[in-house]
Design a protein around this ligand. Structure first.
Ligand code: FE2
Ligand code: FE2
Length: 400
C-alpha cells in the first residue's frame, strides 16, 4: 500500500499528525551531507519536533561566537565604508510612514493580495467551495501570515546583525553593521505596527524559519551567520518583499515595503562583499565545499517548506489533507511568482560569493534553479534600481 493510500485510510486527525511526522522525517533524510546535518540537525529537533517557537514563551539561544576587537581601527574595506556612508544617508523614521491610512484587509478595491493569487480548483476538487467573501478572507489571512513571517525573520535579522557586527573581522564592516542593527530594529517596529494596528493579527513563527534562525544563532562561525542571514534569509526576503510590493494594492503596505527594500538591498550587498572576500581568499577547499552544500540544502528548505500550515490549521485542519493543502499552496500562481523572484535574487549572489562552482551546479540544475545563474548580483543593484524595476514590472530581465 502506498503512503498516500495508507494515510487516506486513517481518521483525519491521526492522518494529519502522521503526515507531519513523515514530512519531518523526509526533511532529515533529504540532508545528505553529514556536516550540514550536524549544523542543522539539533536546530531541526528544537524547531520541528519540539516546536519551540510555538510554546508561547521567549526563546533563549546559547550564542558562542568570538567578539573580534581591533584597537588600531584600520580603514580596511573601502566598499564597506562606502556602504556605511550610504546607510547613514538612507536612515528613515518608522513614524514617518502614512500610518493614518485606513486599512481594510477585505476591501476589494485595495486587496492585500490580488484575486488571482490563489487557484481554488484544488480545494474544490476536495469538496471545499468558498464564497467570494471567504476567498477574500483567506487571502487576507495568507497576507497576514506572510507579514508575520517577515516580522519573525526581521527579529532574527536584528539579533544576527548584532552578532555579525561583533564577530566580523573587517573594521569598516563593524561600522556598517551598526547601521544594519538600527535598520533591522526599524523593520521589526514597522512590520509589527502594521500587523498589530492594521491587520490585528499575528501568526506564530513558522517551524522551518525557526530552524534556520536557531541554527544561525548558535553556530560559532561568523561566516555561517553571514551566509545564512545576509545571503539566504535576507536574499529571499528581499525577493519576497519585492513581489509583495509589486502585487499588493494596499498603499500603506506598498510604502512600507518600498522603504524596507531600500535597506535590505544594502544588507545583501554587504553580505556579498564580506563573503566574496572571505570565501574566495581565506577558506580551504573543504571549508568552501561545506558552505556550498549548506547553502544548497537551506535553499531547498526555504523553497519547499514554507507551506503556511499555520493558516491551514486555522482554516482546514482535519477537513482537507495536508498533502492537498501543500499542492494548493505550491501551485498558487502568486506563490510561483514569489519563488521566481526570490530565487532570481538569491542565486546570482551565491554565484558571486563563490558558492556555485561547477561541482554543485548539477544539483541546482536538477531542481530548476540554474536558470537564475546569470542574474544581477546584489553588489550591482541598489534599492532605488530595484524599486524602479518593480515599478516597470520587470523583476530581473536576465533571469526571466
Ligand atoms: Fe530587515
Ligand atoms: Fe536586513
Amino acid at each position: 500500500m502506498t503512503t498516500s493510500r495508507l494515510l487516506a485510510a486513517l481518521s483525519p486527525r491521526v492522518r494529519d499528525t502522521v503526515d507531519r511526522w513523515l514530512e519531518i522525517a523526509s526533511l532529515f533524510r533529504e540532508i545528505k551531507d553529514p556536516k550540514v546535518a550536524r549544523s542543522l540537525g539539533p536546530a531541526g529537533v528544537r524547531g520541528l519536533i519540539l516546536q519551540r517557537g510555538k510554546q508561547g514563551t521567549p526563546s533563549r539561544f546559547p550564542a558562542s561566537h568570538d567578539a573580534f576587537f581591533d584597537w588600531s581601527y584600520p580603514a580596511d574595506q573601502p566598499a564597506m565604508a562606502e556602504l556605511y556612508a550610504r546607510a547613514k544617508r538612507g536612515q528613515w523614521d518608522g513614524d514617518s510612514l502614512p500610518w493614518s491610512t485606513s486599512v481594510d484587509p477585505l476591501d476589494p478595491s485595495r486587496p492585500l493580495l490580488p484575486d488571482g493569487f490563489l487557484d481554488y480548483s484544488i480545494l474544490e476538487a476536495h469538496g471545499i467551495h468558498l464564497d467570494p467573501a471567504e476567498k477574500a478572507r483567506l487571502r487576507a489571512d495568507l497576507a497576514a501570515w506572510m507579514l508575520s513571517q517577515f516580522l519573525h525573520g526581521e527579529q532574527g535579522a536584528l539579533m544576527a546583525a548584532c552578532q555579525v557586527t561583533e564577530a566580523v573581522q573587517f573594521f569598516d564592516g563593524k561600522l556598517y553593521g551598526g547601521t544594519q542593527v538600527v535598520d533591522e530594529g526599524r523593520h521589526v517596529e514597522v512590520f509589527h505596527r502594521y500587523l498589530d494596528t492594521k491587520l490585528e493579527k499575528l501568526y506564530q513563527v513558522n517551524d522551518n524559519l525557526f530552524v534556520i534562525i536557531d541554527a544561525l544563532m548558535v553556530d560559532r562561525r561568523w561566516d555561517m551567520k553571514f551566509l545564512g542571514m545576509q545571503i539566504m534569509v535576507e536574499g529571499l526576503a528581499l525577493g519576497a518583499f519585492g513581489t509583495l510590493y509589486k502585487i499588493t494594492r494596499e498603499p500603506l503596505l506598498r510604502q512600507l515595503l518600498k522603504m524596507v527594500i531600500q535597506d535590505e538591498a544594502r544588507h545583501v550587498h554587504y553580505g556579498v562583499l564580506a563573503l566574496r572576500e572571505h570565501i574566495t581568499k581565506e577558506l580551504s577547499d573543504a571549508e568552501r565545499r561545506e558552505r556550498e552544500d549548506w547553502s544548497f540544502e537551506v535553499a531547498l528548505l526555504m523553497r519547499n517548506r514554507f507551506m503556511a500550515y499555520e493558516v491551514y490549521d486555522e482554516w482546514f485542519a482535519h477537513k482537507l489533507s495536508r498533502d492537498a493543502w501543500r499542492r494548493f499552496v505550491t501551485r498558487a500562481p502568486g506563490m510561483e511568482e514569489f519563488r521566481h523572484t526570490m530565487f532570481s535574487r538569491l542565486v546570482p549572489n551565491l554565484r558571486e560569493i563563490g558558492l556555485l562552482t561547477p561541482r554543485i551546479q548539477a544539483r541546482y540544475d536538477e531542481v530548476g534553479l540554474m536558470r537564475y545563474f546569470d542574474g544581477v548580483s546584489a553588489d550591482h543593484l541598489t534599492g532605488d534600481q530595484m524599486i524602479a524595476d518593480l515599478d516597470r514590472g520587470a523583476v530581473d530581465p536576465k533571469a526571466a
